[in-house]
Design a protein around this ligand. Structure first.
Ligand SMILES: Cc1cc2nc3c(=O)[nH]c(=O)nc-3n(C[C@H](O)[C@H](O)[C@H](O)COP(=O)(O)O)c2cc1C
Length: 255
């Protein structure tokens, strides 16, 4: 299974997004997946100008194709089985460069509308190229409450539903800060463990995959003197506790 991770943080390797993506990819590699990580900022993307050249004059080709590295990135995207959208939470949504990336995938689809294959009474743009059939969301934010992620998660779930991705889950967390290094380590290890399970499950089953349970964790950080909350996509154990870090996981009632 080939997994493409997109790091939509402009802070690239210095970002919390990258620090969350790394253990996920390590976990998935340990389970036998082939992985690739692209820093979206490095693609130096031009914004979509809505000219529809990619639909009309040069079907499947963007007017910006020679100006940036989107064509190469799309080769990776179109051949992956799963895409991980990694983005910091910016104003309740994704980062600008991640949105630009997603907008620039427009050449992938045909202009006309057909009935949606899965959703009754709904229209759909047919696809020109193969695309990943699964997606996952990874996002850090600055506030400790879960609900800050609500609109971001809703956006990606909506995209998955309409564009026919299987939404595998999300790992959303308060930014792993260096001041809470021990806690981060435990959290990142938990993500790795969850990712090994997730990737094994994904490789083993495609159609009959059950969505992993979404767990949240509350972490008390002595360094920051506060209780923080994290989410992680989790496929196996329903509970684990690290008393040293006072970490606790439970299935949130709203799921
Ligand atoms: C432009 C901007 C907007 C932000 N908006 C939010 C927000 O709406 N909610 C939030 O909790 N944090 C917000 N943050 C904080 C970032 O989500 C947080 O610092 C995150 O960990 C940054 O991730 P990165 O290091 O991967 O870039 C914002 C930061 C920036 C720079």
């Amino acid at each position: 299974m080939k997994i493409l991770a997109l790091n939509g943080s402009p802070r690239m390797k210095a970002s919390s997004t990258y620090h969350m993506l790394t253990p996920i990819l390590e976990g998935m590699e340990a389970a036998g997946a082939e992985t690739e990580l692209i820093h979206v900022r490095k693609l130096d993307l031009e914004a979509c100008i809505g000219c529809y050249t990619c639909w009309v004059r040069t079907p499947g080709e963007c007017i910006h194709k020679d100006k940036d590295s989107m064509v190469n990135a799309m080769e990776s995207y179109n051949t992956a089985d799963m895409v991980i959208f990694g983005t910091p939470l910016y104003h309740f949504s994704m980062s600008g460069i991640m949105k630009t990336f997603i907008d620039r995938t427009l050449p992938r689809i045909e202009p006309w509308l057909i009935p949606h294959p899965d959703i009754p009474d709904t229209t759909f743009h047919p696809e020109r190229f193969h695309k990943p059939n699964k997606m996952m969301l990874v996002s850090p934010c600055g506030f400790p409450e879960f609900w800050h992620f609500d609109s971001l998660v809703a956006t990606f779930k909506q995209m998955a539903r309409m564009e026919r991705f299987e939404y595998v889950g999300e790992s959303c967390a308060l930014e792993p800060k260096p001041s809470a290094a021990a806690l981060c380590k435990v959290f990142l290890l938990a993500i790795t463990t969850a990712s090994v399970r997730l990737a094994s499950k994904l490789s083993a089953t495609t159609k009959s995959l059950k969505r992993p349970k979404l767990l949240f964790a509350r972490i008390y950080s002595p360094a920051e003197n506060k209780l923080s909350t994290i989410w992680l996509a989790h496929t196996g154990r329903s509970k684990w506790i690290d008393s040293r870090c006072r970490m606790r996981c439970a299935t949130p009632s709203r799921f």
